[in-house]
Design a protein around this ligand. Structure first.
Ligand code: SF4
Ligand code: SF4
Length: 347
């Protein structure tokens, strides 16, 4: 691995320099929680944070975006592509895995030019997690506890210094001209290895089985009564999907001006868990029960994405577990399904 070393005391100067050249977004404390927000003052950011309320996906896939402007008489229409050179600083490795999944999803079939434009303008600066974010995190079980290939720079906290792994030429360019960055020595490499080795003991496995079994396990239990039990308690509030770094369901709306001459097509985050999501023409709802929607959600997280893209559809961040008022969580769900499978096999 190709490392640089930056003293921690130099981080504010580096970030300040970045803010002159780019929009910089980073984890900042707000109302007792952590949110990703644009910063201009490096003293507002925190690199040691439990978990942001929303993942940084909002910079790749905004909550609300105008996709198309047009005249209603059909004589003109134009795609609205918005992007801005942006450094996303301090991303945890689970969220990095979620970006990798999005890169696959949004580039296959009809490549999403809105996503692509923003992605091309984004620099990902991630940070190694050394302790679990919350009691609900299960990144180790999902295999997302280490950085994956999409980062531009990856920081590892060595105490007084950061080790910086270079992931791309454009990542290295973020360090160009900054004096307080040094080539790593063999001693530094040993410090990095020790840090990475020691952290694993901090992260418990929370699934009772190996994640490679998950897709098959869910397939076997498509008709499980467990989904009905989840449907009985789910409030259909959609909070679990709103906070999820791998959810990307959206609604498309056409809005016309008051004069009726021009219109806009907009895309807004939606949730497969709310009652109206699957309602189509004629009032037919193809996923009307909450049980069917919960099943669909967990099938996507544990099976469908893995089958389609070869990557986990849940990165184990634990945000949905923190957000759910009735205590529905991926860990409880996957372990309950696994337990029932064992009981079936023993019967
Ligand atoms: S399903 Fe829950 S734990 Fe998994 S990635 Fe989404 S929010 Fe995180
Ligand atoms: S947050 Fe909980 S109650 Fe709300 S839709 Fe998701 S699973 Fe159901």
């Amino acid at each position: 691995m190709d490392f640089k070393i930056m003293p921690k005391s130099a981080l504010p100067d580096w970030v300040k320099k970045l803010t002159i050249l780019y929009r910089v977004v980073a984890p900042v404390p707000k109302h007792g929680q952590i949110v990703f927000d644009e910063i201009t003052d490096p003293s507002t950011l925190t690199m040691l944070y439990p978990q942001s309320v929303l993942p940084p996906k909002k910079y790749l896939f905004p909550q609300h975006e105008v996709m198309l402007n047009y005249k209603l008489d059909g004589s003109w229409f134009e795609a609205n592509i918005e992007s801005e050179p942006t450094v996303v600083l301090g991303i945890h490795t689970c969220d990095l895995h979620a970006v990798k999944l999005f890169d696959r999803i949004f580039s296959q079939g009809y490549a999403d030019q809105h996503y692509q434009a923003r992605r091309d303008d984004i620099f990902l600066v991630s940070i190694e997690c050394l302790t679990p974010c919350t009691d609900e995190s299960f990144c180790r079980s999902m295999g997302t506890l280490s950085a994956t290939s999409v980062f531009d720079l990856h920081l590892i906290d060595l105490g007084e210094d950061y080790a910086i792994e270079i992931g791309s030429d454009r990542g290295e360019s973020l360090l160009n001209g900054f004096k307080n960055v040094f080539n790593a020595t063999s001693t530094d490499e040993e410090r990095v290895n020790d840090r990475l080795k020691d952290k694993w003991a901090e992260f418990p496995y929370r699934l009772d089985f190996d994640v490679t079994e998950l897709s098959g396990l869910l397939a076997e239990n498509f008709s499980s009564e467990y989904w009905d039990e989840l449907g009985e308690i789910c409030l259909a509030c959609g909070q679990c999907t709103q906070v999820c770094p791998t959810c990307y369901c959206f609604d498309i709306t056409d809005e016309r001006s008051l004069t009726g001459e021009i219109g806009q097509r907009t895309r807004t985050w939606d949730s497969c868990q709310i009652d109206m999501f699957a309602e189509v023409a004629g009032g037919h709802n193809f996923r009307k029960s909450r049980a069917a929607r919960q099943r669909h959600r967990f099938m996507r997280k544990g099976k469908y994405q893995m089958d389609a893209y070869g990557l986990v559809g849940c990165v184990g961040c634990g945000r949905c577990a923190e957000a759910c008022l009735v205590g529905i969580t991926p860990v409880k769900t996957f372990n309950a399904i696994h337990k029932r499978q064992l009981e079936k096999e023993e019967a």
